[in-house]
Design a protein around this ligand. Structure first.
Ligand code: AMP
Length: 214
């Protein structure tokens, strides 16, 4: 099974992808995570992408499609893929079609996490993760049980994404509206789009995805 999770920043794509990975043994292909890893490792791609990401704009279609190509090439054909944060433009959607064909895969579902944009700024600017295990938290909605200590691994180090500030978030949302939302009709015409209410609680959203994916 190969699926795209679509939705503006903060819709819950990363959170839900992690759950699908656990439940179905699929692989999460997050171009945002790949780019952040490249920035951290100071690779040529990372050095090019950093300033663009800090502004909340989109990096080039070629860069992200090459990252996805490399990941698909390294995956076993039996492992399903969750595309998280990709494709984000019409050109990327076209590249994905070619890449799926090249790697012998079909696109089964495009799932839109439908959210109220007004709530997203608060969701995003409050989020932080454990440096050690990556568990996600939120200042208002999901504090660790013991303040300053990760519930999952006990680490006391947390981090925030540099692009999770209000100004950048607004640019990221504008990019989503202008460049990413227009790719939905292409998939609608193929009859593979479903919607899940991304404003529901995390477990409810997971249940909604489970109903769709079986
Ligand atoms: P994300 O983690 O998906 O929110 O992505 C963080 C940032 O990485 C975005 O604001 C973009 O600058 C960049 N990025 C991630 N995925 C893509 C993509 N598919 N196309 C272009 N830029 C991307």
């Amino acid at each position: 099974m190969n699926i795209i999770l679509l939705g503006p920043p903060g819709a819950g794509k990363g959170t839900q992808s992690a759950r699908l990975v656990e439940k179905y043994g699929m692989r999460q292909l997050s171009t945002g995570d790949m780019l952040r890893a490249a920035v951290k490792a100071q690779t040529p791609v990372g050095m090019k992408a950093k300033a663009v990401m800090d502004r909340g704009e989109l990096v080039s279609d070629e860069i992200v499609s090459e990252l996805i190509d490399a990941e698909l090439a390294a995956m076993s054909a039996e492992t399903g893929a969750i595309f998280d944060g990709y494709p984000r433009t019409e050109a990327q959607a076209e590249s994905l079609d070619s890449l799926l064909a090249k790697h012998g895969r079909n696109l089964d579902h495009v799932i839109e996490l439908a959210v109220n944009e007004d709530a997203l700024v608060e969701r995003i600017t409050g989020r932080f993760t454990c440096v050690n295990c990556g568990t996600g938290y939120h200042d208002k909605f999901a504090q660790p049980k013991v303040e300053g200590v990760c519930d999952n691994c006990g680490s006391t180090e947390f981090k925030r994404r540099p692009d999770d500030n209000e100004e950048t978030v607004r640019t990221r949302m504008a990019e989503y509206r202008a460049k990413t939302a227009p790719i939905l009709p292409v998939y609608e015409s193929r009859g593979i789009v479903s919607r899940v209410d991304g404003m529901a609680g995390i477990d409810e959203v997971t249940a909604g995805l489970g109903n769709l994916l079986g």
